[in-house]
Write a protein that binds this ligand. Structure first.
Ligand code: PAF
Length: 285
């Protein structure tokens, strides 16, 4: 089957309508391109749950709070198309900025609660941009299912919240983070790391997994988090933005592990901001 590349909302809607008439279930995988195995695992998850799969490719200017980050974001549509073709994806929806945000565009979807703190505190406007574009993509595609990676854990919770609050009839599936052999979480930003930064980068995952183990075995949260921040600085990160223990559903700070907890971190290597997170399972679970 050939992959159709569609660039307008009208053409996407026409295609989805044909599938709907045939009673076919539709899944969407929103991406900003520069596809790696993490994205491809979302596509595979979508394919096992829906007859039709749409991958969206849109580098969303509204979610970048830094113009140089937007300019440096990799744009590799040809490579992305080549990666999707063997996976039997039905449609690559790759609209331009004008199609998504036409003249007079004035609406922002802003999610409270889970979007505050962590990345929300350090990237003003980021989650408004994500929530706005994801709302549009879900409404444009009318998908039954949408797949998001747990790598962007806060984003996943923001999307779950907006879908519930706005009664969008799309099921949200969170998929596990895909990691390199040294446990570095796959990210489009990894391609920009120098060899020296790439050597340092896995310390973020290593530190999170080790700290999660310590927390699960009952060690004090404040000292464990302080030690994790110090470990990242010593490993060579230029700036540690946060290492935090949070409730895995509300993202409220936790003083100790109870119920479902998540350990989340963000740290900089030069101009590159890496994030990662791991579950913390309470003792005896
Ligand atoms: O995770 C991403 O790549 C983006 O934030 C998303 C969900 C495609 C929205 O632009």
């Amino acid at each position: 089957m050939t992959l159709s590349v569609l660039r307008t909302v009208a053409s996407l809607r026409d295609r989805v309508q044909i599938w709907r008439r045939a009673g076919e279930r539709v899944a969407v995988v929103p991406t900003m391109g520069a596809l790696h195995q993490g994205h491809l695992s979302l596509v595979e998850a979508a394919k096992t749950r829906a007859k039709r799969v749409i991958v969206t490719l849109f580098v969303n200017p509204k979610q970048f709070n830094n113009a140089s980050d937007l300019a440096a974001y990799p744009r590799t549509e040809e490579d992305d198309t080549a990666k999707l073709t063997p996976l039997d994806v039905d449609v690559l929806f790759a609209p331009g900025v004008e199609e998504m945000y036409g003249s007079g565009f004035s609406t922002t979807v802003s999610v409270g609660g889970v979007s505050e703190g962590l990345c929300g505190a350090h990237r003003p406007g980021h989650f408004d941009g994500v929530a706005t574009v994801v709302t549009k993509l879900l409404l444009q595609s009318g998908a039954d299912l949408a797949c998001f990676g747990e790598k962007d854990f806060q984003q996943l919770l923001v999307v779950r919240r907006l879908v519930a609050d706005l009664n969008i009839p799309t099921e949200i599936l969170g998929c596990p983070t895909i990691r390199e052999a040294d446990r570095l979480a796959l990210s489009s930003r990894n391609a920009r790391l120098t060899p020296e930064q790439r050597r340092i980068a896995p310390a973020i995952a290593r530190t999170l997994f080790e700290s999660a183990k310590r927390l699960a075995s009952g060690e004090d949260a404040t000292s464990t988090l302080d030690a994790a921040r110090a470990t990242l600085a010593t490993a060579g990160f230029d700036r540690v933005e946060y290492v935090e223990l949070r409730d895995a559903e509300t993202l409220q700070p936790l003083a100790h592990v109870c119920g479902h907890a998540r350990l989340l971190a963000a740290a900089w290597l030069g101009e590159i901001r890496l994030i990662d997170n791991v579950p913390v399972l309470p003792r005896n679970s």
